[in-house]
Design a protein around this ligand. Structure first.
Ligand code: AKG
Ligand code: FE2
Length: 315
């Protein structure tokens, strides 16, 4: 990032966020001291705070067994006769192996350390091939109040290669402001805005080189996406789990109209327990001004139709 630091001092990546995760706190150094973490964990927390992501080598599961089980469980869902679904949402409802990756002990304990709250896995996505998804921030789709209590954990079920559509990400981009002004439903504008943003700030793109069994943890606002698949036949089996954290409210900026104060809150189900998290805060219940579950299901159906490669289980 050296060039970018020199040319764009106004990037604002040193700006803390008040009330959010402690790794974004104005008092980060003091908090770090107080926590008395071991050397290795402290280094991981620092990397995450500064760069917005971290690679985890050991998930604390028997990966050979669990990884293979996920692959075997999902093979018939990815391909059913002539129909191919590259992306399967919430397969944890059907596959215990998918669920166990989402609640892998070392992932949960790392997230608890990073965020200081209990992580709640709320969605799984399984890919057969590269997603080729354009660069984006997950916080446009999933966010919380207080902000930034959200992260993604991407697990390689196969090695990433140059050709199978590896992940890319932009270190430090997690500290840019978030993108809620692009709701509701201006996803296309959001994507082209990100393209311009990356160029204007000269953000440096990195490609993940994960091996099977490794995971990439990204914080809510880190820009990331899937590179083009240059070997058309290559698979890139992977599982992403998205997490919120206990004691927040959860929302979809992409579906919210902030200008009119209409926030599309999300009802989430804890992948670990299968239980719905109550839609309330310590101050009382949360209203759903933009419609309830029924409206949400209609929106999901419409989206499903517009994405023929997606297969969804309903949690
Ligand atoms: O797997 C990929 O290529 C990207 C997935 C992603 O961006 C996500 O699940 O948030
Ligand atoms: Fe994403």
């Amino acid at each position: 990032m050296e060039g970018a630091t020199q040319t764009q001092p106004a990037l604002g990546r040193r700006t803390p966020y008040f009330g959010g995760p402690w790794f974004m706190s104005p008092f980060f150094e003091r908090e770090l001291q107080q926590r008395g973490l071991d050397e290795e964990t402290e280094a991981m927390v620092r990397t995450f705070a500064e760069r917005g992501y971290i690679v985890l080598d050991d998930l604390g599961v028997d990966f050979d067994a669990v990884g293979d089980r996920v692959i075997a469980d999902l093979a018939p869902v990815h391909q059913e006769g002539d129909e191919v679904f590259n992306r399967i949402q919430d397969a944890w409802t059907e596959s215990e192996a998918v669920r166990s990756l989402a609640v892998a002990p070392k992932v949960l304990s790392l997230l608890e350390t990073l965020y200081g709250k209990r992580p709640i896995p709320f969605q799984t996505l399984n890919f057969l091939r590269g997603s080729q998804q354009q660069t984006h921030s997950d916080s446009f789709h999933f966010h919380s109040f207080p902000k930034h209590y959200m992260c993604g954990v991407w697990v390689a079920l196969e090695d990433l290669t140059e050709n199978n559509g590896p992940l890319h990400y932009y270190p430090e981009s997690h500290l840019l402001p978030d993108y809620e002004a692009f709701g509701p439903d201006r996803g296309d504008e959001f994507v082209s805005f990100i393209g311009e943003l990356v160029e204007a700030y000269g953000l440096e793109r990195e490609q993940a080189t994960l091996k099977r069994g490794q995971a990439l943890v990204w914080s809510a606002n880190l820009l990331h996406g899937g590179d083009p698949v240059t070997d058309i036949g290559a698979t890139r089996k992977s599982q992403v789990t998205h997490y919120f954290f206990d004691g927040c409210s959860y929302l979809s900026p992409v579906d919210s109209d902030m200008k009119r104060g209409l926030i599309q809150f999300r009802r989430i189900v804890d992948v670990g327990t299968g239980e719905a998290i109550p839609l309330e805060t310590e101050n009382g219940p949360i209203n759903m001004p933009m419609g309830d579950r029924l409206a949400r299901l209609v929106i999901l159906r419409l989206r499903q139709r517009s994405d023929p490669q997606m297969h969804r289980f309903v949690a």
